[in-house]
Write a protein that binds this ligand. Structure first.
Ligand SMILES: C[S@@+](CC[C@H](N)C(=O)[O-])C[C@H]1O[C@@H](n2cnc3c(N)ncnc32)[C@H](O)[C@@H]1O
Length: 277
């Protein structure tokens, strides 16, 4: 996930079929960049921040929504979660996840399906923690997914998700640079336009260019979904890259100019009746 290397335009189609097709095409380049350590935004910045936001996961049963090639599912396994189910709509993304599981067995189960419907397979209250690492933004109906996550959680369980920051990940988005070409400010527009966006992933770190479509909801919309579903917001993080990460990957310095990602931690409130169907 490397926003500075993307260009964006309006989407023609955004549904489960188109998402599956796009991520099937993207999967080899996307997984390869992660495996070669080139996805430094994830590996050195928002990934560790999301792990921190999950806190102690020892012994927890985790459902990872939109798991892709399994990056965050593996983080949870390596941090002590006992049962991890990763779900994704793209068979090709899951093929990478399963290949990596074969290579290093962590006991993660990968399931092909729609994140919004997964609760129907596992039942209500089956997990302690539901995670979604930069995946809710790629889903056509994230509100349904958040509601499904609520149902899939045990009482007092948590939903932790990271998204590209809705305030800065807008259709109009230009970095303003100084005379030396250094980024100094971010200009954004079309913030209230909630129609989907097409991202063109063009960068030397991907072995071929690809295109994916994502949603584009305002911060207000996201927070209302989380709150109205019944979650108590326990934490809200706008991560900045550390000095060490910037020393290794200078491109991460833009995370200190404007927020590029957010992390939300919501706790299922066992006492209050949620405003869901
Ligand atoms: C940006 S990738 C993130 C993958 C992974 N979480 C990571 O951190 O690398 C978004 C993923 O969401 C998946 N996805 C999109 N909509 C989905 C849905 N409705 N149900 C399950 N997966 C979905 C895509 O197939 C894709 O693998």
């Amino acid at each position: 996930m490397t926003k500075p290397n993307q260009t964006r335009e309006s989407a023609q189609r955004f549904d489960l079929k188109s998402v599956r097709r796009e991520w099937d095409v993207a999967s080899n380049a996307y997984a390869d960049a992660q495996e070669r350590g080139l996805d430094y935004y994830r590996l050195n910045f928002f990934g560790p921040a999301m792990v921190d936001a999950c806190g102690d996961v020892t012994g927890l049963e985790v459902l990872d929504l939109g798991c892709g090639a399994g990056y965050f599912s593996r983080q949870m396994a390596e941090n002590g979660a006992t049962k991890i189910v990763g779900v994704d709509i793209s068979p090709n993304q899951l093929a990478h996840a399963r290949r990596l599981e074969e290579k290093e067995r962590l006991g993660i189960v990968y399931v092909d399906g729609d994140a919004a419907a997964i609760v129907e397979s596992y039942g209500e209250g089956a997990f302690d923690l539901v995670t979604a690492c930069v995946s809710l933004v790629d889903m056509p109906d994230p509100e349904r997914v958040i509601r499904g996550a609520y149902r899939a959680l045990r009482a007092r369980g948590r939903l932790v998700f990271t998204n590209t920051h809705p305030v800065t990940d807008t259709k109009t988005r230009n970095w303003i640079r100084d005379a030396e070409g250094n980024k100094i400010a971010l200009e954004i527009g079309d913030y209230f336009d909630e129609s989907p966006i097409v991202f063109n992933w063009i960068s030397e770190r991907y072995k071929y260019p690809f295109q994916t479509t994502g949603n584009s909801f305002t911060l207000q919309t996201w927070m209302r979904w989380v709150i109205n579903t019944g979650f108590i917001i326990e934490d809200f993080v706008e991560p900045c890259a550390s000095d060490e990460a910037i020393a290794e990957w200078p491109g991460l310095d833009d995370s200190r100019i404007a927020p590029t990602f957010l992390i939300v931690v919501g706790r299922k409130n066992g006492r209050v009746k949620p405003r869901i169907d």
